[in-house]
Write a protein that binds this ligand. Structure first.
Ligand SMILES: [Fe+2]
Ligand SMILES: [Fe+2]
Length: 144
């Protein structure tokens, strides 16, 4: 079996940082939960997978809230758009999550999860880059 491009993407994300420790820590935790879902699926422990998927959505929801609070304090002008983007991601991830939880075969489960993870990973790789330069200009994050 060749390398899984989606897993490679998760690995790459571990090195990805915005320069805001509290946000970067949250993103790393989201990835850590995704990896534990993959590990539980490899062990065919689908009960654990279901619990971890719930935990992932719960944690991501809390992360989005923390990020929104931070952006509000920084007076980010596009906060409303970013909030809508977050709730869209959660709604999509949550509906795919419920489909994944019904699947009890390893390969199909992992495919379903990859699709779900994409919505949450999108926050890190696409969504949050939009406020990175704003925070840099305000001197709130270190330029790299
Ligand atoms: Fe984020
Ligand atoms: Fe975000």
């Amino acid at each position: 079996m060749g390398p899984d491009p989606k897993m490679a993407k998760l690995d790459w994300l571990e090195t990805f940082e915005l320069g805001l420790p509290e946000i970067d820590d949250d993103h790393r935790e989201m990835l850590a939960i995704m990896k534990s879902v993959e590990a539980a699926a490899d062990a065919d422990d689908f009960d654990l997978c279901a619990d971890l998927l719930d935990k992932l959505i719960e944690f991501s929801t809390a992360h989005f809230k923390r990020e929104e609070d931070l952006l509000e304090k920084a007076e980010y002008p596009y906060l409303g758009i970013h909030k809508e983007y977050h709730s869209g991601l959660i709604a999509r991830a949550d509906s795919v999550k419920n489909i994944c939880k019904e699947i009890k075969s390893r390969k199909n489960f992992k495919e379903c999860c990859s699709e779900m993870f994409q919505f949450l990973v999108d926050d890190v790789v696409a969504g949050d880059l939009k406020f990175k330069s704003f925070l840099e200009e305000k001197g709130l994050v270190q330029r790299r």
